[in-house]
Design a binder for this molecule. Sequence first.
Ligand code: ZN
Length: 172
Amino acid sequence: MQVQIKQIGDPCLLEKSVPITESEFGSAELLQLIQNLRDTQKAAGGVGIAAPQIGVNKRVIVIEYYQHEIARYSDTGDCDFTVIINPELTIIGDEVSVFNEGCLSVRGFRGRVTRPKSIGYKYYDEFGVLQQGCDSGFFARVLQHEYDHLEGVLYPMRLSAGQTLEAVDAIS
Ligand code: ZN
Protein backbone atom coordinates (compact mmCIF):
# COMPACT_ATOMS: atom_id res chain seq x y z
CA MET A 1 0.00 0.00 0.00
CA GLN A 2 1.34 3.37 -0.99
CA VAL A 3 1.55 5.79 1.94
CA GLN A 4 2.54 9.41 2.36
CA ILE A 5 6.26 10.19 2.57
CA LYS A 6 7.24 12.37 5.55
CA GLN A 7 9.00 15.56 4.59
CA ILE A 8 11.93 17.36 6.22
CA GLY A 9 10.70 19.16 9.33
CA ASP A 10 8.71 16.16 10.54
CA PRO A 11 10.15 15.08 13.92
CA CYS A 12 10.03 11.35 13.06
CA LEU A 13 12.82 11.91 10.50
CA LEU A 14 15.14 13.05 13.31
CA GLU A 15 14.51 10.12 15.63
CA LYS A 16 16.85 7.16 16.10
CA SER A 17 14.95 4.04 15.03
CA VAL A 18 14.69 0.83 17.07
CA PRO A 19 15.88 -2.61 15.88
CA ILE A 20 13.49 -5.29 14.68
CA THR A 21 13.23 -7.93 17.41
CA GLU A 22 13.50 -11.67 16.90
CA SER A 23 9.74 -12.22 17.20
CA GLU A 24 9.03 -9.59 14.53
CA PHE A 25 10.97 -11.36 11.75
CA GLY A 26 8.60 -12.97 9.28
CA SER A 27 5.55 -11.46 11.00
CA ALA A 28 2.58 -10.18 9.04
CA GLU A 29 3.17 -6.68 10.42
CA LEU A 30 6.79 -6.62 9.24
CA LEU A 31 5.89 -7.98 5.80
CA GLN A 32 3.17 -5.35 5.47
CA LEU A 33 5.62 -2.60 6.42
CA ILE A 34 8.03 -3.87 3.76
CA GLN A 35 5.28 -3.97 1.15
CA ASN A 36 4.26 -0.41 2.03
CA LEU A 37 7.87 0.73 1.69
CA ARG A 38 8.19 -0.99 -1.67
CA ASP A 39 4.93 0.42 -3.05
CA THR A 40 5.67 3.92 -1.77
CA GLN A 41 9.20 3.97 -3.14
CA LYS A 42 8.13 2.69 -6.53
CA ALA A 43 5.34 5.26 -6.84
CA ALA A 44 7.79 8.03 -5.92
CA GLY A 45 10.48 6.86 -8.34
CA GLY A 46 13.11 6.43 -5.63
CA VAL A 47 16.01 4.00 -5.38
CA GLY A 48 15.70 3.31 -1.66
CA ILE A 49 13.54 4.22 1.30
CA ALA A 50 13.77 3.77 5.06
CA ALA A 51 10.87 3.10 7.43
CA PRO A 52 11.14 6.45 9.28
CA GLN A 53 10.29 8.13 5.96
CA ILE A 54 6.81 6.68 6.25
CA GLY A 55 6.57 7.44 9.95
CA VAL A 56 7.71 4.06 11.32
CA ASN A 57 10.82 4.39 13.48
CA LYS A 58 12.12 0.86 12.97
CA ARG A 59 15.43 -0.19 11.42
CA VAL A 60 14.08 -1.35 8.06
CA ILE A 61 15.27 -0.23 4.61
CA VAL A 62 14.35 -1.35 1.11
CA ILE A 63 16.52 -0.71 -1.94
CA GLU A 64 15.66 -1.41 -5.58
CA TYR A 65 16.88 0.20 -8.78
CA TYR A 66 17.53 -0.59 -12.39
CA GLN A 67 19.87 1.54 -14.45
CA HIS A 68 17.47 1.81 -17.38
CA GLU A 69 14.80 3.34 -15.14
CA ILE A 70 16.89 6.09 -13.56
CA ALA A 71 18.10 8.55 -16.13
CA ARG A 72 19.29 11.00 -13.45
CA TYR A 73 22.20 8.76 -12.42
CA SER A 74 24.75 6.91 -14.49
CA ASP A 75 26.76 3.79 -13.71
CA THR A 76 24.43 2.58 -10.99
CA GLY A 77 24.10 -0.96 -12.18
CA ASP A 78 20.99 -2.83 -11.07
CA CYS A 79 19.83 -3.82 -7.59
CA ASP A 80 16.96 -6.28 -7.33
CA PHE A 81 14.51 -5.65 -4.52
CA THR A 82 16.48 -5.94 -1.29
CA VAL A 83 15.19 -5.80 2.29
CA ILE A 84 17.72 -4.58 4.83
CA ILE A 85 16.97 -4.92 8.54
CA ASN A 86 19.12 -3.93 11.53
CA PRO A 87 22.11 -3.08 9.31
CA GLU A 88 25.64 -2.58 10.58
CA LEU A 89 28.12 -0.74 8.36
CA THR A 90 31.89 -0.58 8.54
CA ILE A 91 34.06 1.81 6.57
CA ILE A 92 36.72 0.16 4.41
CA GLY A 93 39.83 2.23 3.74
CA ASP A 94 39.92 6.01 3.73
CA GLU A 95 38.82 6.81 0.19
CA VAL A 96 35.79 9.09 -0.07
CA SER A 97 33.47 10.00 -2.91
CA VAL A 98 31.23 12.99 -3.59
CA PHE A 99 27.76 12.49 -5.00
CA ASN A 100 24.86 14.79 -5.75
CA GLU A 101 22.23 13.17 -3.52
CA GLY A 102 18.49 13.58 -3.44
CA CYS A 103 15.96 12.28 -0.96
CA LEU A 104 12.25 11.47 -1.14
CA SER A 105 11.90 13.37 2.16
CA VAL A 106 13.65 16.49 0.84
CA ARG A 107 11.58 17.08 -2.24
CA GLY A 108 12.80 19.48 -4.89
CA PHE A 109 16.44 19.67 -3.87
CA ARG A 110 19.75 17.94 -4.32
CA GLY A 111 23.09 18.38 -2.58
CA ARG A 112 26.66 17.16 -2.90
CA VAL A 113 27.52 14.84 -0.03
CA THR A 114 30.92 13.35 0.77
CA ARG A 115 30.85 9.80 2.12
CA PRO A 116 33.25 6.87 2.48
CA LYS A 117 33.53 5.12 -0.88
CA SER A 118 33.78 1.52 0.33
CA ILE A 119 31.76 -0.09 3.07
CA GLY A 120 31.26 -3.52 4.52
CA TYR A 121 27.74 -4.39 5.58
CA LYS A 122 25.81 -6.90 7.64
CA TYR A 123 22.05 -7.00 7.85
CA TYR A 124 19.11 -9.37 8.20
CA ASP A 125 16.48 -10.05 5.60
CA GLU A 126 12.77 -10.08 6.44
CA PHE A 127 12.99 -13.66 7.70
CA GLY A 128 15.97 -13.01 9.96
CA VAL A 129 18.62 -14.53 7.70
CA LEU A 130 22.00 -12.81 8.02
CA GLN A 131 23.38 -11.27 4.83
CA GLN A 132 26.78 -9.68 4.42
CA GLY A 133 29.07 -8.22 1.83
CA CYS A 134 30.89 -5.11 0.75
CA ASP A 135 30.47 -2.52 -1.97
CA SER A 136 32.13 0.61 -3.29
CA GLY A 137 29.63 1.65 -5.94
CA PHE A 138 26.14 3.11 -6.07
CA PHE A 139 24.78 0.53 -3.63
CA ALA A 140 27.28 1.66 -0.98
CA ARG A 141 26.12 5.25 -1.49
CA VAL A 142 22.41 4.40 -1.24
CA LEU A 143 22.92 2.13 1.76
CA GLN A 144 24.80 4.85 3.67
CA HIS A 145 22.09 7.40 2.84
CA GLU A 146 19.33 5.05 4.02
CA TYR A 147 21.30 4.03 7.12
CA ASP A 148 21.45 7.70 8.07
CA HIS A 149 17.64 7.76 8.10
CA LEU A 150 17.69 5.08 10.82
CA GLU A 151 19.94 7.34 12.87
CA GLY A 152 17.73 10.39 12.35
CA VAL A 153 20.14 12.05 9.92
CA LEU A 154 19.08 13.71 6.66
CA TYR A 155 21.64 14.37 3.94
CA PRO A 156 21.41 18.20 4.21
CA MET A 157 22.90 17.72 7.70
CA ARG A 158 25.97 16.23 6.02
CA LEU A 159 26.75 19.09 3.64
CA SER A 160 30.18 20.59 4.22
CA ALA A 161 30.54 24.21 5.26
CA GLY A 162 30.03 26.48 2.27
CA GLN A 163 27.90 23.94 0.38
CA THR A 164 24.21 24.52 -0.21
CA LEU A 165 21.29 22.56 -1.51
CA GLU A 166 20.35 23.15 -5.10
CA ALA A 167 16.76 23.36 -6.29
CA VAL A 168 15.71 20.92 -9.00
CA ASP A 169 12.51 20.68 -10.98
CA ALA A 170 12.24 16.93 -11.22
CA ILE A 171 11.42 14.66 -8.31
CA SER A 172 14.74 13.76 -6.74
ZN1 ZN B 1 16.52 9.85 1.94
